[in-house]
Design a protein around this ligand. Structure first.
Ligand SMILES: *[C@@H]1O[C@H](CO)[C@@H](O)[C@H](O)[C@H]1NC(C)=O
Ligand SMILES: *[C@@H]1O[C@H](CO)[C@@H](O)[C@H](O)[C@H]1NC(C)=O
Length: 184
């Protein structure tokens, strides 16, 4: 006689405890505005006051129900100084800091943003980073959040947060991990 075996699906009872993704801490960059030199005469401007401004939503450390806070983080370079990586810099919201790490910086249209939120007086907190690039030829690039455009003569390069063709506003979600101290 021939028996075919049947493998019963095994459903572990522990699935009775659902995953709660809302509990995973994250930062969200909701907006970005940036102005950079564009040194390709006759177009653009080789020397301008450059800046990067970002708006960030971050977990409210005093909330047990997952409330968020909003703040802005800004950095700038005076005319004549090329935009470059920056060390930890305070955001407007006192518990949040950001930096542009040197090992994540390729150019003004390809750089990593790292965020740090201090949670406790021991110095522990939340850390997250994300690469932002402008990749117009490759709409499927998962990091292509920057839309950078140089509007004719005598204008700098300006960047905003959109899809790779500039077609719609997007936000950047940064899943955060808890660390005992701010990364050096
Ligand atoms: C924070 O910013 C987000 C995105 O702009 C907005 O939807 C939300 O209402 C803001 N929250 C507060 C508390 O201001
Ligand atoms: C951004 O820089 C990284 C590292 O140098 C590189 O691998 C990647 O191709 C760059 N992306 C774009 C869109 O230039």
């Amino acid at each position: 006689m021939h028996f075919s075996s049947i493998v019963w699906p095994f459903v572990p009872l522990t699935f009775a405890f659902p995953l709660e993704p809302r509990d995973a801490p994250e930062f969200v960059i909701t907006d970005l505005g940036a102005t950079f030199p564009y040194p390709f005469p006759p177009y653009g401007l080789p020397s301008v006051n450059s800046f990067i401004d970002i708006s960030v939503t971050y977990p409210d450390p005093t909330s047990s129900t997952g409330n968020n806070l909003n703040t802005t983080c800004s950095t700038g370079w005076p005319e004549g100084t090329d935009p470059a990586p920056i060390d930890w810099t305070a955001c407007a919201g006192s518990s949040l800091q950001f930096r542009l790490p040197a090992d994540g910086w390729t150019s003004t249209t390809n750089f990593t943003v790292e965020l740090w939120e201090t949670l406790a007086s021991s110095g522990s907190g939340l850390d997250a980073s994300h690469l932002l690039t402008s990749d117009i030829g490759n709409p499927s690039d998962p990091n292509a959040y920057l839309f950078c455009i140089e509007k004719g003569k005598f204008n700098p390069l300006t960047c905003t947060l959109t899809g790779p063709q500039g077609q719609m506003h997007r936000t950047v979600i940064l899943p955060a991990i808890e660390l005992s101290s701010r990364p050096a």
